[in-house]
Design a binder for this molecule. Structure first.
Ligand code: HEC
Length: 174
């Protein structure tokens, strides 16, 4: 079947499914706050201010402006479709459990999960290492002291393993 037809067939199927079960809620209307009307940052540290601004620009519409996860109004629609919702990054989530190396990889490479309605995009080289570190520092602000300790520990362990298994000078990977 030509590609265009396939897409049309999929769209018709979806419309049919929505009409048939009648439980799929209308997508919510989301109103953005114009830049000039947003409240000033609560931070004085320039790195945290930058992290907060970048997070609000690129991540908050999915992970929540308070890092609470997917926007509440859109959750019924996702659940009606039988899909996963966007996870929170605050202390109720699981982001703190992972080493920074994996968090950075998730941000750069994305997580193409077919079970997610709003899958994690790959930001590739959109942000510098310093900008990603600023975003992570802002995210860490929402964790408990114990969660920060755990994240620090697993990050150090990951770095030690990287060091141990890194190819030595002159050695090439198979
Ligand atoms: C289109 C929605 C969307 C946007 C935009 C988005 N994310 Fe995600 N993100 C997701 C979803 C969905 C997951 C869960 C993926 C999974 O586990 O299958 C995720 C997972 C993650 C993870 C893995 C850790 C965890 O707790 O699951 C990190 C880290 C992350 N996102 C950071 C970010 C950052 C930083 C930004 C902004 C630069 C961002 N995300 C923007 C949807 C999004």
């Amino acid at each position: 079947m030509p590609h265009k037809l396939l897409v049309t067939a999929a769209a018709l199927l979806f419309v049919g499914f929505s009409a048939a079960c009648g439980t799929v809620a209308e997508p919510p209307v989301i109103t953005l706050i114009p830049a000039g009307e947003r409240p000033p940052s609560r931070f004085t540290d320039p790195e945290l201010i930058e992290g907060e601004a970048l997070y609000n620009l690129a991540c908050a519409h999915c992970h929540g402006y308070e890092l609470q996860g997917q926007l509440e109004a859109s959750i019924p629609q996702t659940e009606a479709l039988g899909m996963h919702i966007v996870p929170p990054h605050d202390e109720t989530g699981h982001t703190w459990m992972h080493p920074d190396q994996l968090l950075i990889r998730a941000i750069r490479e994305g997580i193409p999960n077919p079970l997610q309605q709003y899958p994690m995009p790959a930001f590739e080289d959109a942000y510098s290492d310093a900008q990603i570190n600023a975003i992570l520092r802002y995210i860490r602000f929402f964790w408990t002291e114990e969660q920060r300790d755990h994240n620090r520990r697993v990050t150090e362990q990951w770095a030690a393993l990287d060091q141990q298994f890194a190819p030595t000078e002159g050695e090439t990977m198979p």
